[in-house]
Design a protein around this ligand. Structure first.
Ligand code: UDX
Length: 445
């Protein structure tokens, strides 16, 4: 099929690349000229395992192309995906400006029958708005009798950063909301290569599809906040959250996934989507009690972790240096959006501390953007070099390379053999024998 992605960000690129891999002809459009120039040369602007290989290969085959010309994209495709960003507006709702602008452009250039797919995470009811924006534009051009049909469907995205290509190729499910049987059939056919061996295509009405995305993210975020709250209770009562986690996860109704305690969820999706769902509920006169609590716990979890450090070192940290391992909001990404590391680092430096930071992928982003104004952060290309003369090591993101570090080296370089572990990566008994003071989440030190 001939597909166009409007928006070559995270979602648009992964979606476009994976569809091109199956033999579809894909056009990826973006307004960012520099980004498109890079992509044309096969340079992928985001770090996502496997993505650059697929893009390079399909560029050479001519299955995928990149352009800033939206008219070209719309005129030369049968299905156009809206995959632009939906940042948060001031009131917590999703900002639909980019989505509605894309819809306007589609209406301006559409000249044959096509399907428009809402891929961006958008509030319930957005497909209707997209449809009326397109219709308005078409009527300006053609009058009341538009000479072709078009349809708007919802196809929310469930990709995890760092696993996005694998998630797309082997999805748990593909959710499509459509009000016409014809469009549903085409969407099913488009996704057939990814849902071949198991029936994972879930067809539903448009509003249910739109809400499914928010409900999934809110449920996952709630699981995290729940385990984080239990972790505080566990520590207070002298239990071990690591044992409690395994104990409850073994119940298949609960499951082991997404009940890892930590410093709270971050990233481009959970915080924004949970807030947007709260706003949708309030606007619909529903009191979103659980959704509010999920966010409250998530925010305070960073401070619960921070307090462990302050309890140990007091709240005047001037002349103290701390080593921070991990800046990205999670491993396998260079993304620092709403990363807990930002709050934790800024709070520590506010109290006078100097931070020696290391992250395998996110340091450029930190330096140039997220921690740009914080002059008390030094960056190192080697995790062990952060430790020299530091009071303690603080682990914030659970990159694999932090799992089995050289503890001799850590002990040798640190001023004191102290580790604050925000992701419960190490064995308490083992570290104790080694002579470390070891603080983790949900376990007394
Ligand atoms: C998420 C959803 O998983 C995905 O389906 C949706 O489309 C977009 O949002 P992503 O933001 O890439 O994907 O990250 P994910 O791997 O889900 O992790 C989210 C956050 O939760 C991270 O900050 C992570 O550290 C945290 N987390 C996750 C925990 O603290 N504990 C867990 O058990 C799992």
């Amino acid at each position: 099929m001939r597909l166009t992605m409007i928006g070559s960000g995270y979602v648009g690129l992964v979606t476009g690349a994976c569809f091109s891999e199956m033999g579809n002809r894909v056009i990826c459009v973006d307004i960012d000229r520099q980004k498109i120039e890079k992509l044309k040369k096969g340079i992928v602007p985001i770090f996502e395992p496997g993505l650059d290989k697929i893009i390079k290969k399909n560029l050479e085959k001519g299955n995928i192309e990149f352009t800033t010309d939206i008219a070209y994209g719309v005129k030369n495709s049968d299905i156009v995906f809206i995959a632009v960003g939906t940042p948060q507006s001031e009131d917590g709702s999703a900002d639909l400006n980019h989505v509605l602008k894309a819809a306007e452009s589609i209406g301006r250039y559409m000249d044959h029958e096509m399907i428009v797919v809402d891929k961006s995470t958008v509030p319930v009811g957005t497909a209707d708005r997209v449809r009326s924006v397109i219709e308005k534009k078409l009527k300006e051009r053609y009058g009341e009798n538009i000479p072709f049909e078009f349809d708007v469907v919802s196809n929310p995205e469930f990709l995890k950063e760092g696993d996005a290509v694998a998630d797309f190729m082997k999805p748990d499910r593909v959710v499509v909301g459509a009000n016409s049987e014809k469009s549903m059939k085409i969407m099913k056919e488009l996704y057939r290569p990814f849902t071949l061996n198991h029936e994972r295509f879930i067809a539903m009405d448009i509003r249910s599809a739109e809400l499914t995305k928010y409900a999934a993210n809110a449920m996952l975020a709630t699981k995290i906040s729940f385990i984080n709250e239990i972790s505080r209770i566990a520590e207070a009562l002298g239990a071990d959250i690591n044992m409690v986690r395994v104990g409850i996860g073994s119940d298949r109704r609960i499951g082991y996934h997404f009940i890892y305690p930590g410093v709270g969820y971050g990233g481009s999706c959970f915080p924004k989507d949970v807030r947007a769902l709260e706003k949708m509920a309030v606007d619909a006169d529903i009191e979103p009690a659980i959704i509010k609590a999920t966010q409250k716990v998530n925010f305070s979890q960073r401070y619960y972790f921070l307090k462990k450090i302050l309890n140990r070192f007091g709240d005047n940290l001037s002349s103290m240096t701390f080593a921070v391992w991990g800046l990205a909001f999670k491993p396998q990404t260079d993304d620092m959006r709403e990363a807990p590391s930002i709050t934790i680092i800024n709070e520590l430096t506010k109290l006078g501390a100097t931070i020696n930071a290391y992250d395998p992928e996110a340091m450029e982003n930190a330096k140039n953007f997220w921690l740009k104004d914080n002059k008390h952060v030094n960056y190192f290309n080697n995790k062990y070099d952060t430790l020299n003369g530091a009071e303690a090591m603080i682990l914030i993101t659970e990159w694999k390379e932090f799992r089995s570090p050289d503890f001799y080296e850590i002990k040798k370089r640190l001023k004191n053999p102290i580790i604050f572990d925000g992701r419960n990566q190490y064995n308490k008994e083992f570290l104790k024998e080694f002579g470390f003071e070891y603080y983790q989440i949900g376990v007394r030190a």
